[in-house]
Design a protein around this ligand. Structure first.
Ligand code: KIV
Length: 271
């Protein structure tokens, strides 16, 4: 049995202990039952039902259009597959910014209707009232700082964030704020590796990086990116572990050839 599988169910407590022991946390996205089952069976620690579903599942250019109902649909599908991994679900754009009551209602809907373990929200000081309210209802919250794709229209670009001193200081302040509020972890997206390390050392809760260097407490990637299903998106931080696009195309070409040449089905494949 692999080391990972000896832990029956990952919790926020387990993630905290992993940080203390210096054991890295492995996190990937999933949006459906079949892939979530493969990830869980493989021993992934955390599954993120990310609002990146808006891009990779629905084909939108940004994460903004995906709705709360759609996120609940994806999260419920994932939850039916998972027994061991800790499952975090993104609160989608427009369901928590600027209105803490609505934020709480959104978080409650995700937890009640999908059975997920936690929610994730983008931002620091600006959304702290919503975070406080959700945490006081007993819902675990993961923060997300650095590049926050739900604010893409404010920044206008997906370039590396917090490269100047002011932005770096604000990010560190926000990380402290999220820790103090009671968040169980923070995603750090596309920031200098040195800042990723600094934040990780400054706070006691785990940091999970995506383009934040190696000296954070764990890593997250979008599954479709690391498997090579998405093709055009290739930032420096992305390591492709497979080229599934080519593999799938190869299989589909073989299938088309077999159908056209009546090589499929053969005698053993018919009744
Ligand atoms: O939605 C998502 O997939 C994310 C990751 C990029 C961290 O938030």
């Amino acid at each position: 049995m692999s080391k990972q599988k000896t832990i029956p169910k990952i919790t926020t407590h387990v993630l905290q202990e992993m940080k203390l022991k210096g054991e890295k946390i492995a996190m990937l996205t999933a949006y459906d039952y079949s892939l979530a089952r493969i990830l869980d069976d493989s021993g992934i620690d955390v599954i993120l039902v990310g609002d990146s579903a808006s891009n990779v599942m629905a084909g939108y250019k940004t994460t903004l259009p995906i709705t709360l109902n759609e996120m609940i649909y994806h999260a419920s599908s994932v939850m039916r597959a998972v027994t061991r991994a800790f499952v975090v679900v993104d609160l989608p754009f427009g369901t928590y910014q600027g209105n803490s009551k609505e934020a709480l209602n959104s978080a409650i809907r995700i937890m009640k209707e999908s059975g997920a373990n936690a929610i994730k929200m983008e931002g620091g000081k600006e959304i702290i009232e919503s975070i406080d309210r959700i945490l006081s209802a007993g819902i675990p919250v993961m923060g997300h700082l650095g590049l926050t794709p739900q604010s893409i229209h404010k920044f206008g670009t997906y370039v590396v964030r917090a490269t100047n001193e002011d932005e770096a200081n604000k990010l560190i302040e926000d990380a402290h704020l999220l820790e103090k509020a009671g968040c169980f972890g923070i995603v750090l997206e596309k920031i200098p590796a040195e800042l990723g390390e600094k934040v990780t050392k400054a706070i006691k809760i785990p940091t999970i990086g995506i383009g934040a260097g190696s000296k954070v407490d764990g890593q997250v990637l979008v599954l479709h990116d690391m498997l090579g299903i998405t093709q055009k998106f290739s930032p420096r931080f992305l390591r492709r572990y497979h080229n599934l696009t080519e593999e799938i195309k190869g299989s589909v070409h073989s299938y088309i050839d077999d159908v056209k040449s009546v090589n499929f089905p053969n005698e053993r494949e018919e009744y």
